[in-house]
Design a protein around this ligand. Structure first.
Ligand code: GCO
Length: 432
């Protein structure tokens, strides 16, 4: 495997998100986001950790960009913190925050790393949550589009690749932001825009019709919900059957807006589960019940793959191949970017042992080999982003999980490249 195993111009990067790496959570003029409030309620996060400091990329961004360049990456996918730009979600601009992103973007450009800006990664301004319940109110569409427009206008001269949302829930809101970009900025700034969807593969547990249909329901309720309207202007058949009249119909104008509304789709691909048709409602846990499918990590007592540190992350490289091939077959020639792929080690990994991440190297090698196979067979994939550049704040798991190819010592915020970082360096070396 080498850079040359992939099509010409294929983009290799790493991904992070603002809340997980930036730190300076309540500083630099940034307004609180919903996660700031959530993590401060005891009992939610492992060890009651917070992301107040995290990897402090806010102050270490040069070091981090230098690492990217040193490991031969082409691109960096970062997210912009909405409440660092608009502390109240709308209205007043925090120029100190704008300056920070300008510094980061300028340094990326200077180092020859292409910036991929993601406008939303779970960190809704708390002010909008309090004002009107955030995403439960349609006003969010306008406010989000205004925020997005500010970013296009301010950073779009240098950021040519945008993602609207990580793992969205409200299609219409996406449509609005994309529409503004298309109408006002795209031609001028010559950029592209897309969304990010998490898509773990669902493999039928048996070859029975019922299990196949259950797996299809799981895929449709997970990504078909978004990809179908984008491609075909309506929700997938399984959703129409199950949700029935409660499923909103798109108006003609909305169909136009979401239909084909993205230049690319980012897919976050990590793992695979077996799916079977639930034989009784008690088979289905509440988390899964709305998908009407039962999940399993083993078949006939054989685990689907080795488990990483996170409870949900089983290492199943062939799931990458199936995911990408499925998108091609079901949705046609969509331009796909693998926007996240990676695995975690336990948070208590210490130095220097924590740097010997041979399992992670094998993970990347095996998943990328499967990706290459799908591309060789005609899948239209144009980029790959490893999650993540750095160990970071892993949401509910706090710092008990390390996803980085670079180890962060949280005592002093020093960065130590793991063996996987050097593996990438070699893989991505430009011959000639
Ligand atoms: C998500 C993310 C990341 C996670 C990563 C590992 O999908 O939740 O985009 O923020 O940290 O997926 O769990």
């Amino acid at each position: 495997l080498s850079r040359d195993s992939f099509p010409k111009g294929f983009v290799f990067g790493t991904a992070t998100s603002a809340y997980q790496v930036e730190g300076m959570a309540n500083k630099g003029g940034r307004g609180p986001c919903i996660w700031d409030v959530y993590v401060k309620q005891p009992g939610h996060i492992a060890n009651n950790d917070t992301a107040d400091v995290a990897g402090d990329q806010y102050h270490h961004y040069k070091e981090d960009v230098d690492l990217l360049a040193n490991f031969n990456f082409d691109a960096y996918r970062f997210s912009i913190s909405w409440s660092r730009i608009f502390p109240e979600g709308v209205g007043r601009v925090n120029w100190e925050g704008v300056d920070y992103y300008n510094r980061l973007i300028n340094y990326l450009v200077k180092k020859g790393i292409t910036p991929y800006g993601n406008l939303y990664h779970y960190d809704l301004p708390q002010a909008l949550q309090e004002k009107y319940n955030g995403f439960l109110n349609r006003q969010i569409m306008e406010d989000y589009a205004d925020y997005a427009e500010f970013c296009f206008k301010t950073f779009g001269d240098r950021v040519k690749n945008w993602f609207t949302f990580n793992e969205p829930r409200i299609v219409a809101a996406l449509g609005f932001a994309v529409k503004r970009y298309r109408e006002k900025y795209q031609a001028k700034q010559k950029g592209s825009i897309g969304i990010l969807l998490d898509f773990n593969w669902y493999e039928p547990l048996t070859r029975s019709k019922a299990d196949n249909y259950a797996a299809q329901r799981a895929r449709d309720f997970h990504v078909g919900w978004f990809l179908h309207p984008i491609r075909y202007g309506e929700y997938p058949r399984t959703m129409q059957e199950i949700v029935g009249k409660r499923l909103p119909k798109f108006t003609e104008e909305e169909v136009k807006m979401v239909n084909g509304s993205f230049d690319y789709v980012g897919i976050n691909q990590y793992t695979t589960s077996y799916i079977s048709n639930p034989t009784s409602p008690s088979n289905v846990t509440s988390y899964q019940s709305d998908w009407n499918a039962a999940f399993a990590n083993a078949k006939n007592g054989v685990q689907i793959g080795p488990r990483a540190n996170s409870w949900w992350l089983y290492i199943v490289p062939w799931g990458m191949y199936k995911t990408v091939t499925y998108i091609k077959e079901r949705y046609g020639d969509m331009n796909v970017i693998i926007s996240e792929n990676g695995m975690d080690d336990p948070g208590n990994a210490t130095l220097p042992n924590g740097l010997k991440d041979t399992t992670r190297i094998k993970f990347f090698k095996d998943y990328m080999t499967q990706l290459k196979k799908a591309i060789d067979e005609g899948a239209n994939v144009t980029g790959y982003f490893a999650w993540s550049l750095l160990d970071n704040f892993e949401w509910l798991l706090g710092y008990t999980s390390r996803f980085g190819i670079v180890y962060v010592d949280y005592n002093n915020l020093k960065r130590y490249p793991k063996m996987s970082a050097y593996w990438f360096k070699q893989l991505l070396e430009k011959k000639q």
